[in-house]
Design a protein. Sequence first.
Length: 591
Amino acid sequence: MVAIKNSLPRRRFDVVIVGAGGSGMRASLQLARAGLSVCVLSKVFPTRSHTVAAQGGIGASLGNMSEDNWEWHFYDTIKGSDWLGDQDAIEFMCREAPNAVYELEHMGMPFDRNADGTIYQRPFGGHTANHGEKPVQRACAAADRTGHALLHTLYQQNVASKTQFFVEWMALDLIRDADGDVLGVTALEMETGDVYILEGKTTLFATGGAGRIFAATTNAFINTGDGLGMAARAGFALQDMEFWQFHPTGVAGAGVLITEGVRGEGGILRNADGERFMERYAPVYKDLAPRDFVSRSMGQEIIEGRGVGPNKDHILLDLSHIGAETIKKRLPSIREIAIRFANVDPIKEPIPVVPTIHYQMGGIPTNVHGQVVGTSKGHKDPVNGFYAVGECSCVSVHGANRLGTNSLLDLVVFGRAAGNHIIRHVKEIKEHKPLPADAADFALSRLDRLEKSSSGEYTQTVAGDIRSTMQQHAGVFRTEKLMAEGVSKIKEVAERVNHVHLKDKSKVFNTARVEALELANMIEVARATMVSAEARKESRGAHAPSEHKQRDDENWLRHTLWHSEGDRLDYKPVQLQPLTVATVPPKPRIF
Ligand SMILES: Cc1cc2nc3c(=O)[nH]c(=O)nc-3n(C[C@H](O)[C@H](O)[C@H](O)COP(=O)(O)OP(=O)(O)OC[C@H]3O[C@@H](n4cnc5c(N)ncnc54)[C@H](O)[C@@H]3O)c2cc1C
């Protein structure tokens, strides 16, 4: 039989990057500046990637407005992670943070300024001075549009450095050879419906999060976990997928995010009695306790009948006392969102908010160079030719709960580190490895099934059932029964994914085909989440089943690894040894 790949157009690059968010574009910039040929694929125009929506800030211990140092940041991140974060990676990130931010500044990123010209920094949840003594101002901000400023800066620099963008291209599947090495991806050009093979000496995934597997989410429509789906189908494990962050303040009913920066600027959460209830749960950190803790406290208020509104189902975020001037200067987009989505002007009235899915702590396991690591040889052996950075990866700096502002930091620190590592690696490789004869078969067979479908369910009916199952069975409050039911429900939905019907078979800009392909990725992430969550019998960070109220370090201080084939789980130890400093040993997490 003639190999299918021969009939497909092929393009060759030193590096193929899937994803043009902050992490993908930080990596591509490093590579393009070093003179490598780099292509960056994105389902949307680069500056519409979800990074553009980041509001509050990027964390770095610059100490511009209050005393600070990287070791305090390191301590806060470990404690925030509920000790599931790897301390070598956390040290790497917190040490690099000031340089990473100054680099952005020198590229022209328009940060807000203090009177002395330094970068403006605001307080943020879980970020403290001297190991929890008092809040510290560590979040470097460009008003409440930090991600917008960051992404546009990186895009401009990439254009200047001649990075090649493949806009509105969707990667379909990884290409691996018999040695297990990664040789590139198959991809769909949305404009024409044509499929290509993109070969790279190295392939880097920067595909972002998968918040769209939940019904109530702050995430963009494109956040369907494509990188995770492709990795899982190609036989790679997904790490710590039970840990999903609920952001305390999504606009009730709409999901749109109200940044933690609002509480950083002095905003207060109040229950139906007008009480500032966080004082009871977290006497020191109050409204600026980490997100898992604040979300659960809000949930507790609602369960105990102190929720607001006719259904007592939300909480109020009051910032009226901050003053019109600060709101207009520091939080202009928040005011606009509140007026548009909640019909309140926060200068005068509080904003109705509720915990909403925001961020996945888990992802494709990597080391600090961004290399994807396999599950053999103590889970440390890097996969040849495969890197992952940003929200789709799990390095793991966020552990069981991410601190606000540490994601934007993660993107630029590890995007740059991966870029540097690839530069060294690619220089040693003279030629591309030959493609296997069946390089594109898997992706083409998946497309073919959709092409030949003549009956079956609509994609969005099945996607809706994924979202409602996840919302109900993997939410803020988890019980063993809910999660066990969730596992069987999601497996039933997974069966249905294989039989969806693509009614519109047209080629040009067929968004129905794209959505059907996204569905296949969403279900991998949903299964990974449900199965990993059901298995973990303790409360840690964002995962808190009511039967297991305590953290159990003896049995569960370890990372989960989920394999798509047979929903198999295995585990690996947490790296408690930092690179140069002493470990921060596990202790109770109080605020
Ligand atoms: C509303 C909101 C506010 C936030 N605020 C903050 C904040 O203030 N501070 C902070 O630290 N963090 C914040 N976060 C988190 C942070 O913004 C994200 O974790 C981060 O931006 C993700 O960046 P990324 O580079 O990993 O991916 P993204 O920016 O999500 O980009 C993913 C890219 O992958 C592409 N892609 C995906 N699948 C495919 C495919 N199959 N083929 C081709 N391309 C593909 C997309 O087109 C896109 O270009 C916020 C998140 C949200 C949702």
